[in-house]
Design a protein around this ligand. Structure first.
Ligand code: GUE
Length: 371
């Protein structure tokens, strides 16, 4: 079911988090136009994961993005480059398919991903189905376990242990959110860190946070954000980055990755004073709070690169599903100021699944010492 969050950025009906993030006395707000204007698409960079080839000319460099956005402030119809996650994800999947075939031909091993779903949330079922389809399309074998909502933690852990010791499984994913009666930590701790393709095990997160250590896996969504920045030639070193949101699965690891890539990072959260002022200093913004259209055009530094992780359903009687998806960033406003921006849908979402496939392949290669 779609939530009733309004998509109009100027909405007076603020959610608690949004209220907390907004200044006490809100400035005069212009409405964020509800309908997205046609987006200028861009041919994305060539595949870079295996290994990274040189940049293509069609991809904006940070400087080009910045200068195009500076002129955007002068001319009304100029707009940010669209960072096309759907296109990049397709390229990544194609690269993975090639690697999977190579591995199978060379050593007879097919990467395997096990997905555990507890309960029957419609959205989770859709995500799991999409993951399965994505696996099939690149030649990764998928294993699925569906457990009833009222299963015990022990039952879930029993299945995790089975996959931990199953040599045909190289990645294990426990679909989140888990039912309320379960403790996420107990369950995620049970996943072998060598198969933790979500990168949610505390040891993987801990290694991500430490200098000179590397996690086995980087969480898929933040990894997808970084991949988009890299493929679009956005320079990170020495830049100011702001991450909005501090969740374990996106905000926090995204901030750690940006810092590892030598950005100076601030995290804006529900208790931050003047979030828009802090965000306006950023050359790179990753928004991951789950509040529709929170980030307005006046939060953004001209020329900044904006990665919008939010996928928020808003009621839309005109859409076939009765709702449509909008990001945490008011696209219509932001795209007039930013140098580059991801759309929703078609931005970070498809990259998350592509990175899951990438992590699964990486795991199989590591376990079988295949280069
Ligand atoms: N253990 C675990 N790992 C996850 O990675 C995980 C999870 N649990 N629980 C749920 C979230 C959510 N998530 C998404 C993946 C793809 C899209 C995606 O492809 N979205 C499309 C939109 C699809 C549509 O139109 O509905 C897009 O943004 O273009 C979105 C969300 C992974 N998650």
């Amino acid at each position: 079911m779609a939530s009733s969050i309004l998509s109009d950025c100027s909405s007076a009906r603020l959610l608690p988090l949004r209220r907390a993030l907004l200044p006490q006395r809100a400035p005069r707000i212009r409405p964020c136009p509800a309908l997205a204007s046609p987006r200028r698409l861009l041919i994305a960079a060539r595949p870079q994961l295996f290994p990274r080839p040189p940049r293509m000319d069609s991809v904006p460099t940070a400087a080009a993005a910045a200068s195009s956005a500076e002129s955007a402030t002068a001319s009304a119809d100029a707009s940010a480059k669209v960072i096309d996650g759907k296109l990049v994800a397709k390229q990544v999947r194609e690269e993975i398919a090639v690697e999977v075939t190579k591995m199978k031909d060379a050593i007879g091993i097919v990467p395997g991903l096990a997905v555990i779903l507890v309960g029957s949330r419609k959205d989770s079922q859709t995500y799991v189905r999409n993951k399965k389809k994505a696996c099939e399309a690149v030649g990764i074998k998928s294993y699925e376990v569906n457990l009833p909502e009222d299963s015990s933690e022990e039952e879930v852990i029993k299945h995790i242990s089975g996959f931990n010791s199953d040599p045909s499984v190289h990645g294990i994913l426990v679909q989140l959110p888990l039912p309320r009666h379960m403790n996420d930590e107990n369950i995620l701790n049970a996943v072998s860190i060598e198969k933790d393709v979500d990168g949610f095990h505390p040891l993987n997160i801990g290694r991500l946070a430490m200098q000179g250590r590397d996690p086995f896996f980087v969480p898929c969504t933040p990894k997808g954000c970084m991949e988009l920045l890299h493929r679009y030639g956005v320079e990170i070193k020495g830049k100011r980055a702001v991450v909005i949101g501090r969740s374990n699965i996106v905000g926090m690891p995204a901030a750690l990755l940006l810092q590892k890539a030598n950005a100076t990072v601030s995290i804006v959260h529900s208790q931050t004073k003047n979030p828009e002022q802090i965000t306006r200093q950023a050359d790179i913004v990753i928004a991951a709070v789950g509040v529709a259209n929170l980030v307005r055009g006046n939060w953004i530094k001209p020329g900044a690169a904006i990665i919008d992780v939010g996928i928020n359903p808003v009621d839309d009687p005109e859409s076939p599903r009765g709702y449509r998806l909008v990001g945490d960033v008011c696209y219509e406003e932001a795209s007039k100021v930013a140098g580059a921006i991801t759309p929703v849908p078609g931005g970070v979402g498809p990259m998350t699944i592509a990175m899951l496939l990438s992590n699964t392949l990486e795991s199989a290669k590591r376990i079988h010492k295949f280069k």
